[in-house]
Design a protein around this ligand. Structure first.
Ligand code: IDP
Ligand code: MG
Length: 139
């Protein structure tokens, strides 16, 4: 199944550095439309549930602590080929390996504090969007 939505978070490092505006401008400029958006801080439990797929990975504890350390922006984005095109726009997980001009290359602080999340499949995009937004909050 191919859908035209993806899910993103602007992570605590991007919010802390006042980069919400520049990152959203890049997202819009790349052709994505915002279908849902909220500004919130995840509890440790919520961050742990969101990243449950990574439970066995060595960085899970660090990731959960980090993602609950400050406010984030969560959003659902629409565009043709949204999942793959958004992964291209954000760049590699490790910003030192991200291509020039990508959001992570421009704004990420480290492999953990890497500015943005982007869904890795249509199925996860749908699940992640449903984790954050009710039907009433989506347009
Ligand atoms: P992705 O965000 O590019 O899809 P994933 O492998 O799904 O990368 O990892 C989820 C998140 O976990 C990353 O965005 C990053 O914040 C964090 N992370 C990934 N690898 C490491 C690591 O080696 N050390 C610390 N944090 C990591
Ligand atoms: Mg991932």
């Amino acid at each position: 199944m191919t859908t035209n939505i993806t899910f993103t978070m602007l992570k605590p490092d991007a919010v802390e550095a006042n980069n919400i505006g520049p990152i959203l401008a890049m997202i819009n400029k790349a052709g994505f439309t915002i279908k849902a958006m909220k500004y919130l801080r995840l509890s440790k439990e919520q961050a742990g549930n969101f990243y449950a797929v990574h439970k066995e990975r060595p960085f899970y504890g660090e990731l959960v602590d980090y993602m609950s350390s400050g406010p984030i922006v969560a959003a659902v984005l629409q565009k043709n080929n949204a999942v793959a095109d958004f992964r291209t726009l954000i760049g590699a997980t490790d910003p030192t390996k991200a291509d020039e001009g990508t959001i992570r290359k421009l704004f990420a602080k480290s492999i953990a504090a890497n500015a943005v999340h982007g869904s890795d499949s249509d199925e996860n995009a749908a699940n992640e969007a449903n984790f954050f937004f009710s039907g009433l909050e989506r347009f």
